[in-house]
Write a protein that binds this ligand. Structure first.
Ligand SMILES: *Cc1c(COP(=O)(O)O)cnc(C)c1O
Length: 501
């Protein structure tokens, strides 16, 4: 399988290059030149367990990895011990709520769905580097608004030949997210706060990536920068697997007949998770409609309804912070697919977005978009109401991100009358990661202390908080550095032991 760029369709790259490099030189994102059609093989694939299914699907895309290498990646990433059970994901059928199946993607080490990709990316990346840049050591730089940082740290901790440095905005992560990061174990990890918000942290990291002087210093030491960012194909590919797996689970439960279509609802930020579902459909999974759920930052809802992408709007900090985003990077890959691979057109739209903050897609792309996607959004209040209602009627706890998707699903059913199509709804975080916010949605007193909030939520819901969150209580902070935006580069150089500038 070869890969091209969304901004240069004549480019041809191998999977190891694509994973090692992360982003194409002209700024586009890597996409496969073709997708395998698994429709014929579906009945057979649907019998596989998670790890076997992952190995099958990866084998189509990672053609310069051997079957043994792919197998080793999968077994190391999705072990029962890391994912708290036999299968890494879990499907919960809710009673009475139309035909809703909650796909729990948060049973990994950091209790957010990003573990599904960030546990296996280090496996892919270290092998890709060994093949495409032998002898080099990787320095992974990541700016995070919360969940990515912790998931990347867990994924890369103590991976030989890799150093990982995470920058988080001092003013932009939740107390639990900060605690998860500053207590991180591992000899090769560093965590540093940056003064300002997520944009400041992200800008600082981008500047380091593109500083030729730093690049040279690094290279003379046999090192190179790499990214754990969600634009890396190695992060997107693993997410395709769980949509096939969820469909298989519904077939096994008798909730759908093989080849009967389902809807897929996803709480969306950077458009990675829902794009993986779209690729699954392109590969033969029977999907009727994708429900793209946004919070108050509903740039995607507006785009799906009008064909105009307009980032020129106020940014709101919401109760679902991992979806607070105005530029959804992976949308570029969808537009490439819907425009029939018109990379010149994509480059123009992305240039418009950069220079003017807005672009308008063609009628044809808009129609293709609307025939696949339903866009909706949910305020913090409406999401809180969904948490309370689901607890009351189903005795099931939702986190604030998943609640946004439940709210949008209900809106979809009201608007379209489609309450019959079985719907897989991606649940992206453990409610215990946002205990205070969930307690407040349930209308009960909210303790000041994060761990008291966790205990209160345990009592109220009669469920158990994930052990990895409870264990943070007594844990010592290892990292307390705080730098201004301009100090990030020196922090990186010092961390990897090549001094200041
Ligand atoms: C990252 C994240 C999302 C958004 O996923 P995208 O792939 O960026 O659309 C939603 N919910 C949670 C909890 C997340 O961490």
């Amino acid at each position: 399988m070869k890969y091209q760029s969304t901004r240069n369709s004549s480019l041809r790259m191998d999977s190891v290059q694509v994973i090692a490099q992360g982003i194409s030189a002209e700024g586009g994102l890597f996409v496969p030149t073709e997708l395998p059609n698994l429709r014929e093989r579906l009945p057979e694939l649907l019998k596989l367990d998670y790890r076997a299914l992952a190995k099958e699907i990866f084998s189509y895309f990672l053609t310069d990895f051997t079957a043994e290498e792919i197998s080793a990646c999968v077994d190391a990433a999705y072990s029962a011990e890391k994912f708290d059970g036999e299968e890494p994901v879990n499907l919960k059928l809710l009673q009475g709520q139309g035909a809703l199946a909650i796909l729990e993607l948060w049973h990994g080490p950091t209790c957010a769905f990003k573990d599904m990709a960030l546990q296996i990316l280090p496996q892919f990346l270290t092998r890709a580097l060994r093949k495409s840049a032998p002898g080099k050591e990787a320095v992974i730089l990541t700016a995070t608004s919360g969940d990515t940082g912790k998931a990347a740290l867990e994924g890369f901790k103590d991976v030989p030949g890799v150093t990982i440095i995470v920058f988080y905005p001092r003013d932009g992560v939740s107390p639990m997210q900060k605690r998860q990061m500053v207590t991180q174990e591992g000899a090769n990890v560093s965590v540093c706060a940056v003064e300002g918000n997520f944009d400041d942290a992200q800008t600082a990291v981008k500047q380091i990536f593109t500083d030729p002087q730093i690049g040279q210093k690094l290279s003379s030491q046999g090192k190179l920068f790499s990214s754990a960012n969600s634009i890396n194909w190695g992060r997107l590919l693993p997410q395709i697997v769980y949509y096939f797996y969820a469909y298989a689970s519904l077939c096994r439960a008798g909730s759908v007949k093989p080849l009967e279509p389902v809807n897929i609802a996803v709480p969306t930020g950077n458009f990675g998770n829902i794009l993986a579902a779209f690729y699954a459909k392109e590969m033969g999974l029977p999907v009727k409609t994708f429900l793209c759920a946004s919070n108050r930052n509903h740039v995607l809802t507006d785009f799906i309804r009008t064909g105009v992408y307009d980032r020129r709007r106020e940014f709101f900090a919401t109760a679902s912070p991992s979806m607070d985003i105005l530029v959804s990077s992976n949308l570029e890959r969808l537009l490439f697919a819907l425009s029939g691979g018109d990379s010149a057109q994509i480059a123009r739209w992305m240039n418009d977005l950069n220079t003017t903050g807005v672009y308008t897609v063609s009628e044809a792309v808009k129609n293709a978009l609307q025939s696949n996607f339903y866009g909706g959004f949910c305020s913090d209040d409406a999401a809180a109401a969904a948490i309370a209602r689901t607890m009351r009627e189903q005795r099931y706890l939702l986190d604030p991100h998943t609640a946004v998707a439940v709210g949008v699903y209900e809106q979809y059913v009201r608007e379209t009358g489609d309450s019959d199509t079985p719907t897989i709804l991606a649940s992206t975080a453990s409610p215990y990661k946002f205990a205070k916010s969930v307690l407040s949605a349930l209308g009960t007193p909210v303790p000041e202390d994060e761990f008291e909030a966790i205990e209160a939520l345990e009592q109220l819901s009669q469920t158990k908080a994930p052990a990895q969150l409870r264990a943070l209580k007594g844990k010592k902070a290892r990292f307390s550095e705080l730098v201004p935006k301009s100090g990030a580069a020196d922090f990186v150089l010092q961390t990897i032991g090549i001094g200041g500038r």
